[in-house]
Design a protein around this ligand. Structure first.
Ligand SMILES: Nc1ncnc2c1ncn2[C@@H]1O[C@H](COP(=O)(O)OP(=O)(O)OP(=O)(O)O)[C@@H](O)[C@H]1O
Ligand SMILES: Nc1ncnc2c1ncn2[C@@H]1O[C@H](COP(=O)(O)OP(=O)(O)OP(=O)(O)O)[C@@H](O)[C@H]1O
Ligand SMILES: [Mg+2]
Ligand SMILES: [Mg+2]
Lengths: 247, 247
């Protein structure tokens, strides 16, 4: 079972879009997949078509140890989702020691998926630490622009800290270039810069800027359900094939 | 003195881009401005041309009460900046009571600016609470797309909580539509939806998608220094005129 966190503390880089569409592509390729929404904004939950305000029990209740993950599990055409709601923001105030391991402990018995994909919030706080303490791999979506590029260093330093203190098996499997537009010099420059500074980490497949990726969540659909022939669908399928090869 | 937080817990919506370019437009209009970078990713510090790794003492040291804001103040062609560096992420672990008021208490004596503009991180944690406890106004950049639109509700609920518990004077002055492309139906739909659900909040000026806004930070420049005639410069100047009228 591959457990992958989709993480970058820089905001708006395509974490949720990547988590949902990679999970969907893996499912199309016959893999059994579970998506975990670890963002109190519950954007992956929205993207997949569920209203977080209607979610009574969420991953927060599982983290608190009050219920089992099976009690909140949503079966969406065979893709499983552990949804979030707004209460998740209260995790900071839980008076429980070793909070970083709440997710790992809650899902200890889970081993019947091929892939578990975790959508993380834009921060390095307790929710992201929970994801990294439980995961074996990290995928880092990078919006190929200047400000997001410079936001990435904090992440790599944080991963080293997680490796030392919480989970020695964790590593960054790769960086996903997102919202790429070949006509923009700044996009090409950031790709080059990333390859120079972090050789071999960037996936060959770049996710092109594609408005269909913005429209799909408003219908509660993955890109494959919304517009199978779009550049977004093509890119996420190619990317997923690379992920399958980079075990 | 107008104290304005630029806040939205949704990531990548244009908070830093707005904070820097509104401050620059205010300066061009003859206002005395101070920018406070309250994000541990120090993106406003970068955008204005300073490398956070070279910043020895930052806003974090001021919040801890160890030094005065004057000890970290950078005078950038008459715009003042209180820079951030990565240490700011450790604020969560400070064992100081009533941490929400650290910024307000540290800047109590400051009253010689026309505007103080605070760039907030993509969260509703302790740094954003500090900004809101100190500010009188909030500007909410909204990337006019589906997922960011749904991330906004948490913010408005949080503002009500701040108003009850930390600062009864705070209010959302307005919502800034960002990365607008008139050719995209999803952009127009989200504008309409925002006007329906939150009448009168959206500024008339929409910030159009403009690659110059992405390029400017890589030169450490505001949009006015980088490309004065660009759509980005025009939009941020028009927006700032609206802000001056909405006191
Ligand atoms: N390749 C793409 N082309 C066009 N739009 C995209 C692309 N990828 C993502 N988007 C849009 O950009 C916005 C930000 O993406 P998304 O919400 O996935 O980022 P995120 O990193 O999860 O944000 P947050 O930091 O708030 O969690 C969304 O409106 C999304 O629809
Ligand atoms: N109107 C625009 N047109 C094109 N690109 C833009 C525009 N506004 C911002 N950007 C770019 O979009 C990216 C995200 O913007 P920015 O970093 O300002 O958002 P943010 O809300 O501060 O992000 P975070 O949540 O990480 O703090 C940056 O690369 C920025 O250069
Ligand atoms: Mg997200
Ligand atoms: Mg920012």
């Amino acid at each position: 079972m591959r457990i992958i966190s989709i993480s970058n503390n820089k905001g708006g880089v395509g974490k949720t879009t990547s988590a949902v569409n990679i999970a969907a592509a893996l499912q199309i390729k016959g893999k059994k997949v579970c998506v975990i929404d670890l963002d109190h904004q519950a954007q992956a939950t929205y993207h997949l078509g569920y209203n977080p305000k209607q979610i009574k029990k969420s991953i927060f209740d599982v983290l608190k140890g009050e219920i089992s993950y099976e009690d909140i599990l949503i079966d969406r055409n065979d893709m499983h989702l552990l949804p979030a709601n707004q209460e998740l923001k209260d995790i900071e105030f839980l008076p429980i020691p070793a909070k970083e391991f709440l997710l790992r402990d809650a899902l200890e018995s889970v081993n019947h998926y091929d892939f578990v994909i975790i959508d993380c919030p834009p921060s390095l706080g307790i929710l992201t630490l929970n994801a990294m303490a439980y995961s074996k791999e990290i995928l880092v979506p990078l919006q190929v622009q200047f400000l997001p590029f410079h936001g990435m260093y904090n992440l790599f330093e944080a991963v080293q800290m997680v490796k030392r203190r919480l989970n020695k098996h964790i590593d960054v499997t790769g960086i996903i270039g997102t919202m790429y537009n070949a006509k923009r010099a700044i996009n090409r420059e950031v790709i080059e810069e990333t390859e120079n500074r972090l050789p071999g980490k960037l996936f060959e497949t770049l996710i092109r800027e594609n408005v269909a990726l913005q429209e799909a969540p408003s219908w509660g659909k993955t890109i494959f359900e919304y517009k199978a022939g779009s550049p977004g669908a093509e890119d996420y399928m190619n990317l997923t094939e690379e992920i399958l090869q980079r075990e």
